[in-house]
Design a protein around this ligand. Structure first.
Ligand code: SF4
Length: 322
């Protein structure tokens, strides 16, 4: 994604939800995207998949998909027909609360084979059923559940069916938008472990969206932190955990109690995320930032590598010359 901008609404009523987003997902990696509600994470997922519905509109930038054969695909200019072939086949998405997206009056079998029927019409009925069984096994569900209706499955199982569906055509990229938020922590961990194992087996890339940065530290290769529609920090997961450089990332990391070490008071982040229609000037985080200083309210910090560290980027005047 290069210089991606998304607005909601048009004309004087338009508010900007994504601003100048530059992000690269490398083949085979898990890229975590974190930030509070309203920071633009889901908007980014919808924009990249061209699923933004009105009043959402992409107002600038590029989304380029580098195919295995070496050709580049400009996702923003695909025709509806090309888009239909691209989705599921190359890129799939597991939505927020996806476990409630299963059709209640169809069995798991009919919903899994429907994807195959639409995209692989040459497959026989028996092959489709065999593939549906394989997919269920892949996510750790017994194949005798194929005939079940969604209400006969637990929440965790329904969520895993959705993940199986997203993997049905072996896409190169899977976007997971808060896929485990509605589940208890034990189930959440089980599903994420399974996901990491599947990624190793099948080699797809993942954009994992959540407000829970502690999950990302454990399961991602790289993490990008969003605030006010911008990426404010991007680095390897271990670097963010050990040495985050943006005060907002620090705030997110200190919003969770530590399981080990001495007890400490949770600091959290004072205030609330900005409203899109009233974005603060300069660095959007400045009204909440404990380290804000002179230039912060006046100038928007650019996302760039802090001195000598080319493998990470941060948008904060503490690390760049205003
Ligand atoms: Fe805080 Fe200023 Fe850095 Fe923004 S630019 S995070 S206000 S120190």
């Amino acid at each position: 994604m290069r210089n991606l901008y998304v607005d909601y609404g048009t004309g004087d009523d338009a508010v900007t939800a994504l601003r100048d987003v530059d992000l690269t997902l490398h083949r085979g990696e898990v890229l975590g995207l974190a930030g509070e509600s309203g920071s633009g994470k889901s908007t980014l997922a919808y924009a990249v998949t061209r699923l933004l519905s009105p009043p959402g509109v992409i107002t600038g930038g590029d989304v380029v998909y580098h195919q295995r054969d070496g050709d580049d695909l400009d996702i923003l200019s695909l025709t509806p027909q090309q888009l239909r072939a691209f989705r599921w086949q190359e890129l799939s998405i597991v939505f927020q609360g996806a476990m409630n997206s299963l059709n209640p009056v169809h069995t798991v079998h009919s919903q899994l084979t429907d994807v195959l029927q639409a995209h692989r019409p040459e497959m026989s009925k028996a092959d489709r059923t065999a593939r549906a069984e394989e997919l269920l096994k892949l996510v750790g569900i017994a194949t005798d559940r194929l005939g079940s209706f969604p209400h006969q499955l637990s929440g965790g199982m329904r969520q895993r069916v959705m993940i199986a569906m997203a993997l049905a055509l072996e896409p190169e990229i899977v976007i997971m938008d808060e896929p485990t938020t509605a589940l208890d922590v034990v189930m959440q961990r089980q599903i994420l472990r399974q996901l990491v194992r599947l990624r190793e087996e099948l080699g797809f890339s993942v954009i994992f969206i959540t407000h829970d940065i502690s999950l990302l530290v454990e399961f991602s290769d790289r993490i990008a932190i969003m605030y006010g529609g911008r990426i404010v920090e991007e680095a390897g997961a271990a670097d963010i955990y050990r040495d985050s450089q943006h005060p907002y990332s620090d705030g997110l990391l200190h919003s969770f109690p530590a399981l080990h070490g001495p007890r400490r008071e949770l600091t959290g982040i004072p205030g609330s995320p900005p409203h899109l229609a009233a974005m603060p000037s300069g660095c959007a985080f400045h009204p909440r930032c404990p380290k804000a200083f002179d230039p912060c309210a006046a100038k928007v910090p650019v996302l760039a590598a802090p001195g000598g560290q080319g493998d990470r980027a941060v948008a904060c005047w503490l690390h760049h010359t205003p």
